[in-house]
Design a protein around this ligand. Structure first.
Ligand code: GLY
Ligand code: MN
Length: 441
């Protein structure tokens, strides 16, 4: 396994190798944000910045130069004993070069004068167009300043380019180091989900399940959740991104838990759905088994050379046929799929890229066509069915049922690997697991 610095250095080299000569890359760590009055949200560095540096402090700018040689500059907060006494340690300029394997460290207060120097004779400046409103003003000022040096024979950049396309394409393909981090994120997430299953009982509150889930993540060394945990009981599970987690779990409820741990910058993302009282009702078991069949159908097609939408279509076919068989949809399979009738009950896509961001970067289409899976991609597969009481034309036995089953899948040279193995998935496995938890109480 690579040492952390080597990993981030390798990421920088790979990025620069794909850019033209006389390019500069600007990447910001992001800044702390106020939550209310003088309380800040916990800071988490921007993923692009962490990927290229391994550094976790706010108020930094990474500048990569590709000229005759390749040079890494980092602008960061200088040491400040008083601030550090209150707010926490800073790495400081003195330690940055050795600690992060960068060539030159500058104070973030020197950003303007530093960039006026570093962008001399650079042709193309790359920054994230997702942050274009943050970059345009300072970059224009630096270009203005450099144009004024024209009579000294210094040229200003003539091209502003989007970094997202090139860097995010790189991030889409996970290296061995990233896969090892993602395996760990997935396995910590599995442990958290098992703890959630053990904690979920009728009479408990959703937040109590959240507490056990997230305590497990923390105990396993995860510094934070990869996204806000969803603990949705009963009808709450029909809200796709329900994060209030305040309700009391009722006897007969299914509990949908969609949560993942972060590990060394990488996300896990798992959804489990299980009966709080340990036994699926007959209607719940039928819908659950259908979603599981749809998930298995989607996972089974994932291999290099298969287009992304094939997995979605595989699950749509199973779900639609299942809904016909259960009498929830009426009509012919082909017509119902063409008319997208299933969307009333399955209104999201099959999944998303997974990596440093839970909804990770990388294009889903190239030249307007769904792209093919390739080794190193990681994708979630998470079909669901959501039937609320508002579906008044549907028999009430199916109402207030939200089911989603989600795993994290690595595309390998020969097929795929499920990173999130270790969870009970079938109705029988879940009921056996819930019964084992009851016996332990
Ligand atoms: N697990 C959260 C999501 O995929 O939206
Ligand atoms: Mn997901």
């Amino acid at each position: 396994m690579l040492k952390s610095n080597e990993f981030h250095q390798h990421n920088r080299h790979k990025l620069l190798a794909s850019l033209p000569d006389n390019s500069a890359v600007l990447v910001s760590s992001g800044a702390e944000k106020i939550r209310n009055r003088d309380v800040e949200f916990p800071f988490r560095a921007e993923s692009d910045f962490f990927y290229l540096t391994g550094f976790t402090e706010p108020d930094c700018v990474l500048v990569l130069l590709k000229k005759e040689s390749r040079v890494t500059h980092l602008f960061l907060r200088p040491k400040d004993p008083e601030q550090e006494t209150w707010q926490g340690r800073r790495l400081g300029l003195e330690n940055a070069c050795e600690a992060l394997s960068v060539d030159q460290a500058w104070s973030i207060d020197e950003l303007d004068e530093g960039l006026l120097e570093l962008l001399e004779n650079i042709e193309s400046v790359y920054f994230s167009f997702s942050q274009i409103s943050d970059w345009l003003t300072p970059v224009s000022a630096w270009i203005d300043g450099l144009k004024q040096k024209g009579r000294q024979g210094i040229s200003a950049p003539s091209k502003i380019c989007d970094l997202d396309g090139v860097l995010h394409e790189q991030r889409l393909f996970k290296s061995a180091e990233e896969i090892s981090r993602m395996r760990q994120a997935a396995q910590i997430s599995v442990k958290g989900h098992l703890a959630a299953m053990a904690a979920a009982l009728p009479g408990k509150f959703e937040f109590q399940v959240q507490a056990e889930l997230e305590a497990t993540f923390v105990r396993e060394g995860s510094p934070r959740v990869a996204f806000s945990s969803i603990i949705a009981s009963g009808h709450n599970a029909c809200i796709l991104h329900y994060t209030e987690n305040r309700d009391e779990i009722q006897d007969g409820d299914l509990v949908l838990v969609d949560a993942g741990a972060e590990w060394q910058g990488y996300a896990g993302d798992i959804t489990t759905t299980f009966p709080a009282n340990g036994k699926f009702s007959s209607a719940q078991a039928k819908l659950y088994s259908l979603v599981l069949k749809a998930q298995q159908a989607a996972i089974s097609v994932i291999q290099p050379g298969v287009a992304y939408n094939v997995a979605h279509e595989a699950s749509v076919k199973v779900l639609t046929q299942g809904l016909i068989d259960l009498g929830i949809l009426k009509g012919k399979l082909k017509t119902l799929i063409k008319e997208e009738s299933y969307k009333r009950f399955f209104m999201h896509g099959i999944g998303h890229w997974l990596g440093m961001d839970v909804h990770d970067v990388g294009a889903y289409k190239q030249n307007q066509a769904w792209r093919e899976f390739k080794p190193g991609m990681v994708v979630t597969v998470e079909p669901g069915l959501y039937i609320s009481a508002e579906h008044s034309d549907v028999d009430s036995q199916w109402h207030n049922t939200g089911i989603r089953i989600e795993d994290d899948i690595l595309v390998t040279e020969i097929g795929h690997e499920i990173l999130t193995v270790g969870l009970p998935r079938t109705v029988a496995e879940i009921e056996a697991q819930m019964s084992a938890f009851t016996a332990l109480r």
